[in-house]
Design a protein around this ligand. Structure first.
Ligand code: ADP
Length: 536
């Protein structure tokens, strides 16, 4: 026999309903690309989301239809997150930095019928229109004055907002995100209402985002990147104030953080790096943030140290599009107060612990049937399972999980006895030297601590005796002076001797993926003719 509690399908519209009811006057600030600013609040977001849902229905959209957004962070994008889901639709947040072929593929593959876009991406829309035959309507979030494109505000303004959310099963899809497709075509991950609500609830806990109603969050992570790490939903649940910037200029972000009393921010390491560089060049202190979430790629030690010295709690998180995305988050551990500053930095440089709801395990890289011990030493292929982890990619014929239900992340890591995850590499990027593994990521992070290094990337290159040996590609900071010997000497006491790179090459540029991470694939392609002295 079942229990007798009330039915309450976990639908994301509950989030905006709750925020509008319980935190209706909490502000949502947007700094637009043209420099103008608008202010609304959670009640306003809900009002507009109802109008958007109505306007989409008026266009003939039905439950299950897909609406794409090609947009940065702003309040109208937030409205779309709830409005599209509220009419029973699925929002497809498109990464505008994808290459043309990928843009063509994902919009057609998702079968998007409407595309909502920022004026800044008009050139992409003009270029792609003919290649997106299924897109019936284009609506611009911020049409330039005098232009004849259909503008979002006036379009939803035609509706009265007398609308009831379209209900349904909590396992209906509400959003789709594509992976950036480092191998083959991008793959779509369809988030459900239920998985999204559960993920956001888990993200709220003190061990994760630690939001309260007094939090003021400026998410630098774009809303198209892995659902902005679920922040809009978790933020709505806690009724926080959001400050959005439609451009990622550190000067703008810095000014907004100070003026709007921002307490929390989140972004990939390169974003923080850019902010440091801006503050250094202008002689400014870092903004007085209470918490900074860093994820998407490993947060280098020096970055953690600097933020912690600034009094900012660093939440180093690991996840992926396939995991909604939060898997682990690092925050103060049980014995935090007993740790020295150095130990705290060491701990934070690892990727934190699994939040409630997901489970992790590592398996042998050569024999995936062998589950490895959580001993803080043995590294292996990282697998994850839980209610917000992908089971099957959109339109795929087969499940993306092992027979016993685990998703293989493609990451390599070590699990510690206290639950901490320490990522050491991607399966494809680990360097195999003489049958032993070398972590390219650890070498990069160590090199990033050198005062003259702006960015470093490490890849394995063919070696006749050892199979592969590490080569470090380095961009020098402007005006800085250092040579290969200096870098190697700097690394000598930070990594095992046999890990030291066989060569350090200075370059002007290191390729990045559409989500701002170092693209090892492109780096390898760019240096395809590279040969170590021993292999020449
Ligand atoms: P993409 O950038 O390929 O679109 P994701 O954002 O889903 O996709 O990337 C997920 C990957 O990013 C993870 O599998 C992992 O390799 C890497 N990653 C995410 N967070 C961290 C972290 N804190 N430390 C190291 N690597 C990370």
């Amino acid at each position: 026999m079942l229990g007798a509690m009330q039915d309450w399908p976990m639908r994301v519209t509950h989030v905006v309903d709750h925020a509008a009811r319980e935190a209706g006057t909490r502000e949502i600030v947007t700094r637009w690309a043209d420099g103008s600013e608008t202010r609304t609040d959670w009640a306003g977001i809900r009002r507009d989301a109802l109008k958007l849902a109505q306007a989409l229905q008026a266009l003939g959209l039905e439950k299950g239809d897909k609406v794409a957004s090609l947009a940065m962070n702003h309040s109208r994008h937030l409205v779309s997150w709830f409005g599209v889901a509220g009419m029973g639709g699925v929002l497809h947040t498109v990464n505008p930095r994808l290459f043309e072929d990928q843009l063509e593929y994902i919009v057609n593959h998702a079968e998007d019928r409407v595309l909502l876009y920022d004026a800044a991406f008009q050139p992409i829309v003009d270029m792609m229109r003919d290649r997106w035959p299924g897109v019936e309507h284009y609506i611009c979030y911020d049409p330039p004055e005098g232009s004849d494109v259909r503008g979002f505000e006036s379009w939803i303004g035609e509706q009265d907002g007398a609308f009831e959310w379209v209900g349904g099963d909590e396992r209906d899809p509400c959003m789709i995100c594509y992976t950036s497709g480092t191998t083959g075509n991008p793959k779509g991950v369809q988030y459900e209402h239920r998985s999204t609500v559960m993920h956001a609830l888990a993200g709220l806990q003190p061990a994760a985002f630690n939001f309260s109603s007094s939090s003021v969050m400026l998410p630098v992570v774009p809303m198209f990147h892995a659902a902005s790490w679920g922040l809009p939903y978790a933020g709505g649940m806690a009724g926080i104030k959001f400050v959005f910037s439609a451009i990622n200029d550190p000067a703008v972000l810095h000014e907004l953080m100070l003026r709007e009393g921002v307490t929390d921010s989140a972004g990939v390491p390169t974003v923080w790096l850019a902010h440091f560089q801006y503050c250094d060049s202008e002689g400014l202190d870092l903004p007085p943030l209470k918490a900074a979430t860093i994820g998407g790629s490993a947060a280098p030690r020096f970055m953690i140290e600097r933020l912690m010295k600034n009094g900012t709690r660093v939440q180093h998180a690991w996840g992926m599009t396939e995991t909604s995305p939060i898997g682990t988050v690092g925050g103060p551990s049980g014995n935090w107060d007993e740790l020295s500053f150095e130990e705290k930095v060491d701990k934070t440089a690892k990727q934190g612990r699994a939040i409630f709801g997901v489970e992790l395990r590592t398996v042998d890289l050569d024999d995936p049937t062998k589950v490895l011990p959580r001993d803080g030493e043995t590294s292996g292929a990282l697998q994850i399972r839980g209610p917000w982890v992908v089971k099957r990619y959109f339109k795929a014929e087969e499940d993306a999980v092992t027979e016993d239900g685990w998703f293989d992340t493609g990451d390599v890591g070590i699990l510690h006895p206290d639950g901490t995850l320490q990522l050491t590499d991607r399966t494809k990027d680990v360097i195999k030297s003489g049958g032993e593994w070398i972590s390219s990521v650890e070498l990069e992070n160590a090199a990033m601590g050198h005062p003259a290094v702006a960015e470093a990337a490490c890849v394995g290159m063919y070696h006749p005796k050892w199979d592969e040996r590490p080569v470090l590609f380095v961009i020098r900071k402007p005006g800085a002076d250092c040579d290969a010997q200096g870098i190697t000497a700097f690394l000598a006491d930070k990594v095992a001797k046999w890990w030291l790179p066989d060569a350090v090459e200075f370059v002007e540029d290191i390729p990045h993926t559409a989500t701002g991470k170092i693209s090892k694939k492109d780096l390898r392609e760019r240096h395809a003719d590279y040969a170590l002295p021993e292999a020449r």
